[in-house]
Ligand binder design. Structure first.
Ligand SMILES: NC(=O)c1ccc[n+]([C@@H]2O[C@H](COP(=O)([O-])OP(=O)(O)OC[C@H]3O[C@@H](n4cnc5c(N)ncnc54)[C@H](OP(=O)(O)O)[C@@H]3O)[C@@H](O)[C@H]2O)c1
Length: 263
């Protein structure tokens, strides 16, 4: 009998138009995943997808604002119709508003929680039944050490990332016995548009340069330097392929490790 080749995984990557999400898309395409990439800026999404298709990857895109609850159904239906049942999602899309608590508006809080907590929960609600039936699947959140510790001037972001880590722990506790793996990946500061924008904002206040502010952020990581997007992507690819047991995976450690064995 001719052996049946394994079916390639179908993975949704949100926030794949730049930064960490783009690096994750590159790493997963190289590992043979069929991908649906999501972001708001279609031109930037195509700039991620085109080189992957040119290398033979199966990569489709869906332009969506994930703060809109209706977008979640559109994204999943697009993946299912064009690629087949979704075997993994990487909830990476995010923004990181930074300001004093007295300037942190209800709109900033609502937007941040919509993107970092409500959207991953809505994807889990939509995907969990199929994954449970299949007895396998991965719900992976791109969290942060801001989901494990407190950082100043980021009250909305830090609260939302704690929410994202808590959501991951709850899903892990609920779905693990059904074969669904749930991970929260927690890097420290990563060299991306988010940290470059924050460094520029600090420099605009006039006390330092953007380069100095950026370097100081990297020094706040326990490993003493910024992570690269490719390092984060390699960790995500490892969790998807090596299938380790655990939930909250902290990158700002040497070596990176699960925060504890029971979560
Ligand atoms: N950079 C860091 O230091 C760091 C550290 C720890 C964790 N993280 C987390 O890593 C993730 C990626 O961060 P990054 O540094 O790569 O940021 P980035 O370079 O600013 O990229 C953010 C991505 O999210 C997408 N996005 C933003 N708002 C969206 C929305 N409403 N709907 C759909 N897509 C949206 C963006 O595309 P569009 O703008 O086109 O929508 C873009 O693709 C975030 O969750 C962030 O919190 C970052």
């Amino acid at each position: 009998m001719t052996p049946v080749p394994p079916v390639p995984p179908v993975t949704i990557v949100t926030g794949a138009s730049r930064g960490i999400g783009k690096a994750i898309a590159n790493a997963l395409a190289a590992a043979g995943h069929r991908l649906l990439l999501v972001a708001r800026d279609d031109a930037a999404l195509q700039a991620t997808a085109e080189p992957l298709r040119a290398r033979g990857g199966t990569v489709i895109t869906c332009t969506a604002d994930l703060r809109d609850a209706a977008a979640i159904e559109t994204v999943v239906t697009t993946a299912e119709r064009q690629l087949g049942p979704v075997t993994a999602i990487v909830n990476n899309a995010g923004t990181a508003p930074s300001d004093k608590v007295e300037n942190t508006t209800p709109a900033m809080v609502a937007d941040t929680f919509a993107l970092h907590v409500a959207a991953p929960l809505a994807f889990a609600r939509r995907l969990a039944p199929g994954m449970k039936r299949a007895g396998t699947g991965v719900l992976l959140q791109l969290a942060s050490t801001a989901g494990l510790r407190g950082y100043p001037f980021t009250s909305a972001y830090t609260a939302a990332k704690h929410g994202m880590v808590g959501l991951s722990r709850a899903l892990h506790a609920e779905l693990g016995s059904a074969g669904v793996r749930v991970y929260a990946v927690c890097p420290g500061f990563v060299d991306s548009d988010i940290t470059r924008g924050a460094a520029a904002a600090i420099a605009a206040r006039g006390k330092t340069t953007a380069a100095e502010a950026h370097a100081r952020m990297g020094q706040q990581n326990r490993i003493g330097r910024m992570h690269t997007p490719d390092e984060v992507a390699a960790a995500v690819a490892m969790l998807l392929s090596a299938r380790p047991a655990g939930c909250v995976f902290e990158l700002d450690r040497d070596p990176p490790a699960f925060v504890d064995a029971t979560t």
